[in-house]
Write a protein of this length. Structure first.
Length: 111
């Protein structure tokens, strides 16, 4: 059986092509997960997911506000997993970019 390969994906090119804040672009699928890139700027609505959500800060800085807990601050290269069911919202005072690793069916605005 011959396996099909795909060319490398440029994260920088994907970021440059994002239309604006809170717009996502799918970079890759691996096993049962999808890798997405998004620009954050401003406050995203409070929400939760029925699955864990991984944030990797690519550039800039952001905080993830968590219901009933202190916010988590992320800078370039920082990674944080929001456990399933935890109400949260990402906030970026200046533009920041993140990689998200989640299930393909994960809804951007939560469940």
């Amino acid at each position: 059986m011959t396996e099909t390969t795909t060319p490398p994906t440029s994260i920088l090119a994907a970021i440059a092509g994002l239309p604006g804040p809170f717009q996502q672009h799918e970079l890759a699928r691996v096993n049962d997960a999808v890798v997405r890139v998004a620009q954050l700027h401003g406050e995203f609505p409070w929400h939760h997911h029925d699955e864990d959500e991984l944030f990797l800060c690519w550039d800039g800085a952001l905080r993830i506000e968590l219901a009933g807990q202190p916010p988590v601050r992320l800078g370039p290269g920082d990674i944080y997993v929001i456990p399933r069911g935890v109400r949260h919202r990402p906030v970026a005072d200046e533009p920041a970019h993140v990689l998200l690793i989640e299930r393909p069916e994960t809804k951007q605005y939560g469940n």
